[in-house]
Structures are given as C-alpha cells and as structure tokens.
Design a protein around this ligand. Structure first.
Ligand SMILES: Cc1cc2nc3c(=O)[nH]c(=O)nc-3n(C[C@H](O)[C@H](O)[C@H](O)COP(=O)(O)O)c2cc1C
Length: 352
C-alpha cells in the first residue's frame, strides 16, 4: 500500500490524504477530535461557533432521526445502512467562542505532530464579531479557518445568522476575514443558492484559499402515524442521495473557477468510493460527517483503505484523479440523435 498516492495539496498546505471530517457534534469534545485524527483523517473541522446565545442554547434542543430508503423512521444505533438518510436539528458549540478557538489551537498543535490539522469553523453572525473571531484565530496560530455561510438551520431560530446567497455578500465576508487571518481560509457554501458556482468564483476572487460545497438541504418530514412533523420542526436532511448533486456543483464550479483553485466536497460521501467520486468531480479534499456520526470513527480508516484500493486498481493517485470526470462532461447539444429512443424507456402500454 503506497500511502504517497493519497497525498494532496490545497494552496501551500500539504495533506496526507483527502479525507477531511466535516464539522458536527462528534467534534465538540477532545475525545472525538483526537479519535478522528488517530483513525487517519487529514483534517478535522471542529464544531462551528459564533457568539449568538440562542445558537449555543440550541445545542441542548438538538434531535436526530434516521430515515431509510423507503422513508421509514428507523431506530438510532451504530451500523445503519449507508443508504440511510439523516435528518436533524443542530445547534452550535455552547462554549464562549474565544475559549473554543483557544481549545482548537491546542488541538491543532497536537494534530500537527500527527501530520493532521484541526480546523476552526465560524458561522458568521455580523461583520464585527466575524472579524474579531477571525483575528483571534490568527493570533492563536490556527492553520485552517472555515467560514460557513450556508448553515441550513439559520432561518429556523432567532440567532441573527443569515444564509448568504449573494456574490456581493460572499466577497464582503471573505475580504473581511482575509484582512485579519493569514492561514488557509475555506468558505463553506450552502445548498440554497441558485448558482453555487458564481458564489465560488466570488470567494476565489476575494481571497479564499478553497471553497467547500455544498451544505445540506432543509426539509420537513411528515410522520404518517402521528401526522406531525418528525422531530416536530423543519430539519436539515442529508444522505448518500445528495452525492450526485454535490458532484455536479463541484464539476460546474471547476468549469467556472478553473482547475487551479481547490474545491472541497461535502454532502453525500459515505465511504472511500464516494470520496473518489467527489475527487473525480473536481474536489481536492472531501469532508465526511454523517457516516461517522451514525456508524462510528472506524468509517475513517475503512474509507481510506477503500480509496487506496481504488487508486491502486486504477494505477493512479488522488492528485491525478482530481476533476477527471468533470472534464469529460459533454453538453446535451453534442449528443447523437437517436430517433424514438425514448420509446424503449416508457411502459409498453404508453405506446400505440
Ligand atoms: C449533526 C450534524 C451537525 C452539523 N453541524 C455543523 C456545524 O456546526 N457546522 C458546519 O459547518 N456544518 C455542520 N454540519 C454539516 C456537515 O459538516 C456536512 O457538511 C453535512 O453533514 C454533509 O456531509 P455528510 O453527507 O458527510 O454528512 C452538521 C451535520 C450534521 C449531520
């Protein structure tokens, strides 16, 4: 097994592999963050913070449910099938934001010795507090700062957090952080923008080092028995079904921003083969979150073995894989004309 094949770069930073852990509740406590690094993750994005008291209180109002491929609400527990979807109502880390950044910087120092990174994540509330926290992260020597401007839950609580979908606002946010933060700046985009690629271009032009795409969708899921919403509220919804949608935005963004700008995939990757799929679509790194949340930290080492096996079978490396499929996407206009081919697909009794 040649682990050299797994190495990738994002800007000036080298990563031992493209498996990154996306921010969530299992990266609040030191134990979870350290376990993910020990299983081999190149980056662990710690749970997001901001200074909204409501968002912190919300952590104690979270709830989660598993939805199988027939839309049954199934019981929680390790070992759920990878086709299972996750719905949930999340909150933010309930520590003081500056204290949390200090903790992350200590963990990032620890991770450096293991050739990994622990990244901080901020969900912006307003420009002043964003700048202050980004400055603090810089002074603490945190090497990677992710700014999530697409948090799906933002509209559901009184938190002063908005989901950003305009290029002008993206530029303002990136430039504000860039002024004070010298490390690697990653912007995480949500799924509600009508053109994720345009936001990606705005982030690149304003000085981001990478763009992470795309956050989960918001949903509402009726429970047939009680006739009430499952978990009582609107919920964020993710699953493997989202992977092709993420891949399409990666591929479209690569077309728009060029192959020299690093993209990071999130939303839908469940194993090492899914990581390969996102890399083929243009991602340099891939964040996985839900599959570790539901199936445990072993998903990390298993996914790395699967990815390595795939690379060996194809006699290639993660770096060489980036964007190979994206660069082969054809247009509808160039497809061969095949008269009445559609008749092979419709039910026979739809035809005269
Ligand atoms: C329970 C839970 C909590 C999450 N919390 C955060 C968060 O605090 N900040 C953030 O940027 N993303 C958060 N996310 C989104 C994930 O980082 C990730 O982008 C998303 O789940 C899609 O990836 P996946 O399909 O691998 O789960 C959360 C996701 C889940 C499931």
């Amino acid at each position: 097994m040649d682990k050299q094949n797994l190495k990738i770069k994002i800007g000036d930073l080298e990563f031992k592999n493209p498996l990154f852990c996306g921010s969530a509740e299992h990266f609040i406590e030191e134990a979870g963050i350290k376990k993910a690094v020990e299983e081999g993750a190149a980056v662990v994005v710690a749970k997001s913070t901001n200074e909204s008291e409501n968002a912190k209180t919300q952590l104690d109002k979270t709830d989660y449910a598993l939805i199988d491929s027939s839309l049954n609400n199934i019981s929680w527990g390790l070992g759920s099938d990878m086709s299972t979807g996750l719905i949930g109502r999340s909150g933010l880390v309930n520590l003081d934001s500056k204290e949390w950044l200090k903790k992350i910087s200590e963990l990032d120092n620890w991770a450096e010795k293991k050739h990994s990174y622990v990244a901080a994540s901020i969900i912006p509330r307003n420009m002043d507090s964003l700048e202050e926290l980004a400055k603090e992260a810089d002074e603490l020597g945190i090497r990677i700062l992710e700014i999530n401007i697409g948090a799906p839950h933002a509209s559901e609580m009184k938190s002063e957090i908005e989901t950003v979908t305009e290029e002008k606002k993206v530029s303002e946010i990136v430039m504000t952080v860039r002024r004070v933060f010298n490390g690697s700046l990653w912007l995480k985009l949500g799924s509600t923008s009508e053109n994720v690629s345009k936001l990606c271009l705005a982030a690149k032009s304003s000085g981001a080092d990478a763009v992470v795409m795309i956050g989960r969708m918001m949903a509402m899921f009726p429970d047939l028995d009680s006739m009430k919403p499952t978990l009582r509220t609107n919920v964020a919804y993710g699953g493997r079904w989202a992977l092709p949608i993420t891949c399409r935005w990666l591929s479209e963004s690569r077309k728009m921003v060029g192959d020299d700008f690093p993209l990071i995939g999130t939303n839908g990757a469940r194993d090492g083969y899914d990581i390969a799929r996102m890399i083929l679509s243009g991602a340099s790194g891939v964040q996985i979150t839900s599959s570790i949340f539901t199936n445990g930290f072993e998903v990390i080492s298993k996914s790395l073995s699967e990815l390595l096996e795939y690379l060996e079978t194809k006699d290639t490396s993660a770096r060489e894989l980036i964007g190979l499929t994206a660069d082969r996407v054809e247009t509808y206009d160039t497809q061969n004309t095949r008269p009445e081919i559609w008749k092979e697909f419709v039910p026979k009794d739809a035809l005269d």
